[in-house]
Design a protein around this ligand. Structure first.
Ligand SMILES: *Cc1c(COP(=O)(O)O)cnc(C)c1O
Length: 448
């Protein structure tokens, strides 16, 4: 039955049976494939060289140039690049490394992969980056390094953290996996600390399907990383390998097909960042002042790269008294029903991840037990990380080839939901959401 409505009657939201605002197929996948992508990949394919070769060598040079680093090592993922950062600063087994309580798992698992102890510091509530005061409080005589994550493409306020690190004689590593081209007081991220990691995963601002960059301006760090990325040998892969391991190395080598694709994508990176930034500006303008929705403006110290458009819900502002994450889940479901590309990435903070919560990564309580670590992972220590994970959602679809009109349509979908909250049965909608496997008792076999 089609309801006949007067123009003044409220249209039902799509989740309540109304018509969706944004038709299927409106939001186009990113990045678009260009003739240059095809030409470069085909050129690589026909060259017959499929492991390390001229495209990988050229890509390293081009990234050094683009980002302003003295050394770049192309590797097979951002996670490998992060691991190399810890190896490069000469971290030892049992050392503590400080990392944010909310980030992607790699920002903490890289520490465990190097047989070290992750120590979490809480984030600040606005941009979800490390809070310098919490970093200071987390330092012990065993602290070897601090991993500063520029989450969602917004640079962390890194200067106070560097000051703390200098005072304690410890290294600073940047996790730039989401932040290609973001700038801190005008300087690109990845040039601000001892070394840094970038990801080239499909979702990131620069994509080659999978891949990563380790960058540093320090010759010794670079030599160490270069060797350990390739079985511990000390020669470059294009030279004759010596077939000897001078240290415990890994196989983190990049490959030619992906490098060719990344080189083509890199020619459009500046344009694609500028484009996303302009779409972000449209959303900020169109969504300003909506009750129940919190949008952060760009920080005074930085320019973002247009990676994630982050929103926070504010349930108390609209009179919802239940758990904040229930409100968020209901909103996201209502947005998705309108065709708005809203999503929640991680719903758990890192100290709640199973291997960490169980203090058992390798079996037998390793590495905590053998290093006598008493560090606590009680989630209550990280109220801002819990707040972020319970209240944020991300709007995507704000990258090339999507247009300003698409951005306006996304904003209209968000407005429609937030202006019609009275139509939503929050608790009922939240019940159907996938809030936590952990709460349902799921555990990986290693920590059962
Ligand atoms: C994506 C990501 C990584 C890991 O990069 P991969 O290339 O997927 O290994 C690390 N840290 C953060 C913050 C990320 O978003």
């Amino acid at each position: 039955m089609t309801a006949v409505m007067s123009p003044t009657a409220t249209r039902p939201l799509a989740i309540c049976g109304g018509e969706r605002l944004i038709p299927r197929g409106t939001i186009l996948p990113s990045p678009p494939t260009t003739a240059l992508d095809e030409q470069m990949v085909l050129d690589s394919l026909r060259s017959g060289s499929h492991t390390w070769g001229p495209h990988t060598e050229a890509l390293q040079e081009e990234w050094k140039q683009w980002n302003g680093n003295l050394h770049c090592i192309a590797v097979n993922s951002g996670t490998s690049a992060l691991h190399l950062c810890l190896a490069a600063v000469n971290m030892s087994a049992g050392d503590e490394v400080i990392t944010p309580a909310y980030s992607w798992t790699s920002s903490a698992s890289c520490i465990l992969h190097h047989n070290g102890i992750p120590v979490f510091a809480d984030i600040e509530p606005v941009y979800a980056n490390l809070d310098p005061a919490k970093v200071e409080a987390a330092i012990t005589p065993r602290t070897r390094a601090i991993i500063v994550v520029h989450l969602h493409g917004v640079p962390a306020d890194i200067a106070p953290i560097q000051e703390i690190a200098r005072r304690h004689g410890i290294a600073v590593i940047e996790d730039c996996c989401q932040a290609h081209g973001a700038k801190y007081y005008g300087r690109k991220v990845g040039t601000l600390a001892d070394c840094a990691a970038f990801s080239l995963n499909q979702n990131k601002m620069l994509s080659s399907g999978e891949g990563g960059f380790f960058v540093t301006d320090d010759e010794v760090n670079a030599e160490r990383a270069r060797s350990l990325a390739l079985f511990g040998d000390f020669r470059r892969p294009v030279e004759d390998p010596e077939y000897h391991s001078y240290g415990l190395g890994w196989m983190y080598r990049f490959n030619e097909l992906s490098a060719a694709y990344a080189r083509a994508q890199l020619t459009r990176l500046d344009e694609s960042i500028e484009h996303s930034r302009s779409l972000f500006a449209i959303l900020r303008k169109d969504l300003a002042g909506l009750p129940g929705l919190i949008l952060a403006s760009e920080p005074a110290w930085a320019s973002e790269n247009g990676y994630n458009f982050v929103c926070h819900v504010d349930p108390t502002a609209v009179g919802y008294e239940g758990p904040a994450d229930h409100f968020r889940e209901a909103i996201v479901r209502a947005l998705q029903a309108e065709g708005v590309p809203a999503s929640v990435w991680q719903r758990r903070i890192l100290p709640e991840f199973s291997a960490i919560a169980a203090r058992n990564a390798y079996g037998n309580g390793s590495p905590w037990r053998e290093h006598g670590s008493e560090v606590s992972y009680d989630p209550g220590q990280y109220p801002n990380a819990l707040y972020h994970s319970a209240t944020y959602f991300i709007l995507s679809g704000l990258r090339l080839p999507n247009t300003e009109d698409t951005a306006r349509l996304i904003a209209a979908g968000v407005r429609r939901v937030f202006e019609n909250l009275d139509q939503l049965d929050i608790d009922e909608l939240a019940r159907g959401a996938d809030i936590s496997l952990y709460e349902r008792g799921w555990r990986p076999h290693a920590v059962s």
